[in-house]
Design a protein around this ligand. Structure first.
Ligand code: CMC
Length: 392
């Protein structure tokens, strides 16, 4: 119709007003609630950043303690929900397991589904923050055929996740503090990114007044795609392929530039950042540091650095303003920590959760929110008469 404008991919359309995260793509700036990402990455913790995103301010000492304690009280999964994992094949990708189990929270915790009841919203928020690491660890345990561990609530959220992922029930597990710290920092870098595909999905699902659990489950599914959070897995697979082919990047780059179907330099490019991705700069530094401290050498890191160097001096990438994004180096860090490639996007989801919740809450508490309902430009047939089976 003449009344609507077309903007495929929402390249230039604001879907909402928001006070959570600020990005200046030209200048490479990212701030949560006004705080620069590099300061948060260096000085804050994931739990504190979660509080900041959701409630709008950094917590006082007592607020942080209360928040942490509340989350710790909800880390267990309902015993029946644990059996849910048995229904999946062992070789299932952990992302659909994660989103399904999160959606199932709507069935197990029916006392916190009403979006119009602030206490229920608060309870579902705490439950999600507490249970997602448990669910993620169980998705991993299921894939390797190992027993589930109950959460140990003397540990921090990230330590608990590492223990439930890599530990065994009858054995003490020493969390490596360097790994815990690096993972906590990576979660901070992933915690929010304004109206990206998964966050917009969470808002759109929630705009129908669907409950928080089910809205977040939608976001997890959107994140799985290789153009979004699935890129961290795709980067590692790309590097593996290049290595298997002898490590020469020239041929691969040729295929990228010829735009062979499905061939892209994964971990490069961004809809908003046209200069550099400030998260990628921090991640690259961390990759070097953590591999060195853990004493891990990885050929793939050299291949990645080589690819970056070639790309940054190539006209194809320069003209299109394509730079490494957050996903380019994260996989190498996760790999050095011992995570299998298929868990990478799950780690992204753990980090992004507070951002999704903050956006859902911002949308839900705004009385002017309308249901999300885009229009279309119709390109199909105009009217035609029904054709009977015998005449088709
Ligand atoms: N490799 C090769 N060419 C690329 C790439 C790439 N990674 N990214 C963009 N281009 C080209 C694209 O073909 C297009 O060329 P032309 O103008 O000749 O048609 C031009 O650059 C502009 O790209 P676009 O696809 O129109 O840009 P977009 O804003 O729609 O897409 C993107 C952004 C991130 C989906 C895209 O850059 C991409 O597919 N990158 C690879 C996947 C990836 O790393 N995703 C992670 C994004 S960051 C974190 C997250 O959200 O998870």
């Amino acid at each position: 119709t003449g009344m609507t404008t077309f903007d495929g991919g929402f390249v230039n359309t604001s879907s909402t007003k928001s006070a959570i995260t600020y990005i200046d793509g030209e200048a490479g700036i990212l701030r949560y609630r006004g705080y620069p990402i590099d300061q948060l990455a260096e000085k804050s913790t994931f739990i504190e950043v979660s509080y900041l995103l959701i409630y709008g301010e950094l917590p006082s000492a007592s607020q942080l303690e209360e928040f942490t304690t509340r989350i710790q009280r909800h880390t267990l999964l309902h015993e029946d929900l644990k059996r849910f994992f048995d229904g999946f094949p062992r070789n299932a990708h952990p992302m659909p397991v994660l989103s399904s189990a999160v959606n199932a929270l709507s069935a197990y915790y029916q006392d916190s589904l009403d979006p119009k009841d602030p206490e229920q919203v608060e309870l579902s928020t705490i439950r999600l923050l507490a249970k997602l690491p448990t669910i993620a660890a169980y998705a991993y345990k299921k894939s390797v055929g190992q027993p589930f561990l109950y959460p140990d609530n003397s540990l921090s959220l990230v330590e608990n996740f590492l223990r439930m992922t890599f530990g065994f029930p009858a054995e003490p597990y020493e969390v490596d503090p360097r790994v815990a710290k690096a993972l906590d920092m990576l979660f901070i870098l992933h915690a929010d990114h304004e109206q990206n595909c998964s966050t917009s999905t969470v808002r759109l699902v929630g705009s129908s007044q669907a409950n928080l659990f089910t809205s977040i489950s939608g976001g997890i599914n959107a994140l799985w795609g290789p153009l979004h959070g699935g890129a961290n897995q795709a980067v590692l697979e790309m590097l593996d392929d290049i290595k298997a082919g002898g490590g020469d990047t020239t041929d691969f780059m040729k295929r990228v530039k010829n735009k062979e179907p499905g061939v892209k330099l994964m971990g490069f490019g961004h809809r908003v950042y046209k200069n550099y991705d400030p998260r990628a700069a921090i991640v690259k530094k961390t990759a070097d540091q953590i591999l060195e401290t853990l004493g891990v050498t990885d050929d793939l890191l050299d291949i990645a650095k080589g690819l970056e160097e070639v790309a940054l001096s190539d006209d194809y990438f320069i003209e299109r303003k394509l730079y490494p994004n957050v996903d380019f180096y994260t996989g190498l860090i996760y790999r050095a920590m011992g995570f299998p490639t298929r868990m990478f996007t799950v780690l992204f989801a753990l980090g992004r959760l507070p951002g999704w919740i903050a956006h859902w809450q911002e949308m839900n508490s705004d009385p002017t929110t309308k249901i999300g309902r885009p229009r279309q430009i119709y390109t199909g047939y105009t009217e035609r008469d029904f054709v009977g089976m015998g005449d088709r």
